[in-house]
Design a protein around this ligand. Structure first.
Ligand code: GTP
Ligand code: MG
Length: 192
């Protein structure tokens, strides 16, 4: 799939303000700082489309980007940032949950994990939620550029063993490895 147009549509905190135009939505979920916003920029090849930061907690709203005027990529805040205040953590969790409950046209949940760490208990909780709801999901082993060849082999086995049956694709925003395969999965999901 070729991305011809990628435009920022809006940021929402109230799920009632999500678009109701019936276009499919692909949501990006994962721990704070794992690279959700960077993945959206990597897929669209627009470095500044979604704001990224080396400090966790950059994305604080539900940000919608319309692609090829045909579907949305939805950048969500991250979860699990230990140093965030209890109030902020609760707010972000409510925002993520509010989105997942309200998104009637969610065709794919892209759950991003850090390839160096593997799935955390919070990641597994999200994946179980998707399975229960019957929402198709895809796991991305991100920041794969940070692993040596040997580490990569070890982690690929470890991650796949921890998530039996899940499709796990490697990705790096640095080298763009995995970009084509992820776009293919998104295209397939949009046709459902
Ligand atoms: P929050 O919005 O805070 O939840 O973070 P996020 O998941 O959107 O992460 P973001 O895209 O802002 O990236 C966090 C940091 O990781 C930034 O410093 C990025 O440059 C870096 N980063 C993201 N993806 C990769 C990658 O594939 N490889 C490497 N080496 N760094 C990456
Ligand atoms: Mg972000």
């Amino acid at each position: 799939m070729r991305i011809q147009t990628a435009e920022f549509v809006k940021s929402v905190v109230n799920p009632e303000l999500l678009p109701d135009d019936g276009l499919p939505q692909i949501a990006f979920l994962g721990r704070s700082n794992v690279g959700k916003s960077s993945l959206i920029n990597s897929l669209t090849q627009q470095k500044g489309l979604s704001r990224t930061s080396s400090t966790p907690g950059r994305t604080q709203m539900v940000n919608l980007f319309k692609i090829n005027r045909a579907f949305y990529l939805v950048d969500l805040p991250g979860y699990g940032y230990a140093k965030a205040s209890v109030k902020n953590k609760q707010e972000l969790q409510n925002l993520i949950r509010g989105y997942l409950d309200a998104a009637t046209r969610l065709v794919l949940a892209v759950v991003i994990i850090d390839a160096r760490i593997g799935p955390t208990p919070l990641d597994i909780q999200i994946l179980m939620h998707m399975e229960e709801k019957g929402t198709p999901f895809l796991v991305i082993a991100n920041k794969i550029d940070k692993l040596s060849k040997a580490e990569r082999k070890k982690m690929t086995t470890e991650i796949q063993d921890a998530l039996p049956g899940a499709t796990v694709l490697p990705h790096s925003a640095e080298t763009t490895e995995g970009r084509g395969e992820i776009l293919e999965a998104i295209q397939k999901a949009c046709k459902t």
